[in-house]
Design a protein around this ligand. Structure first.
Ligand code: SAM
Length: 248
């Protein structure tokens, strides 16, 4: 009883801190206005140094370790869509850990970021598409895997983005999702990158609503897990629609 009360109080205190400390612009502007500002942010100087800031924050090398160690084994997929490719951080690791036969598509709202990624990767393996993740120009069930690192937090409501993931993913397809958590460092990130944050619980619920099950939570290192750092890293699986006959 007391434990339940303490948990409830902790949750509500966290919600209050988040309400005041998180970047609020995402809720205050219209979607069009907000997305234009995101595009400008990434097209501009902050986007130009993104590849270096990812190295400095260690998230790029730590992500590389996640792929190389096989904790997220990308070599099992034939078609991979990387949503919000940015400076090509994830694609760089995909190129190193998959065979030449694997089809890789880089996708981003900012055509300028994709131009930078193409220049940096120096590979003709990935193809690139610039558009909004809430309306992706791909057929239903096109990909075995989607990787998405620190992008979903640029949507005021994650549901339409996750529903698109579910649509373009094959049944039993996998998603590697990395997202900013509502921790102290996450709240700082929300101001730097004009985005929101998520609690694990709310994200898990929205994923479930669009048929994506939370298969396993991952951590960059043991230390990250102990100190709850690095944000939300999760492997999701698209549940196949149930056969209408067996539902009767
Ligand atoms: C922080 S960067 C992520 C880079 C990389 N994925 C990584 O893990 O480091 C976020 C990227 O998401 C893109 N983005 C933001 N909103 C988007 C949207 N609605 N659709 C597609 N991409 C979006 C931005 O243009 C930016 O390149």
């Amino acid at each position: 009883m007391v434990k339940k009360l303490v948990t409830t109080l902790q949750k509500s205190a966290k919600q209050q801190v988040r309400r005041f400390a998180e970047f609020r612009g995402i809720q205050r502007q219209s979607l069009n206005h907000y997305q234009s500002s995101v595009r400008r942010l990434y097209d501009g100087p902050q986007g130009a140094v993104l590849r270096y800031s990812s190295l400095l924050s260690l998230h790029d090398p730590l992500m590389g370790q996640l792929f190389r160690s096989g904790r997220f084994d990308a070599s099992r997929f034939e078609t991979i869509l990387d949503v919000g490719s940015g400076a090509g951080q994830i694609i760089r690791h995909l190129l190193r850990t998959t065979s030449d036969a694997t089809r890789i598509v880089g996708f981003d709202l900012s055509a300028e970021m994709l131009r930078r990624a193409r220049g940096r990767l120096k590979s003709d393996r990935p193809s690139f598409v610039a558009a909004d993740m809430m309306q992706m120009p791909f057929r239903d069930e096109s990909f075995d895997c989607i990787t998405c690192g620190y992008v979903l937090e640029h949507l005021p409501d994650p549901q339409p983005g996750l529903a698109e993931f579910s649509r373009v993913l094959k049944p039993r397809g996998t998603i590697l999702l990395l997202a900013t958590e509502d921790s102290f460092s996450g709240l700082l990130t929300s101001h730097t990158w004009k985005c929101r944050t998520f609690s694990r619980n709310e994200l898990r619920v929205v994923c479930g609503e669009v048929g994506l099950t939370w298969e396993q939570e991952l951590w960059f290192t043991r230390l990250h897990e102990m100190l709850r750092l690095g944000g939300i890293l999760v492997e999701l699986v698209k549940q196949p629609l149930r056969d209408p006959v067996s539902q009767v």
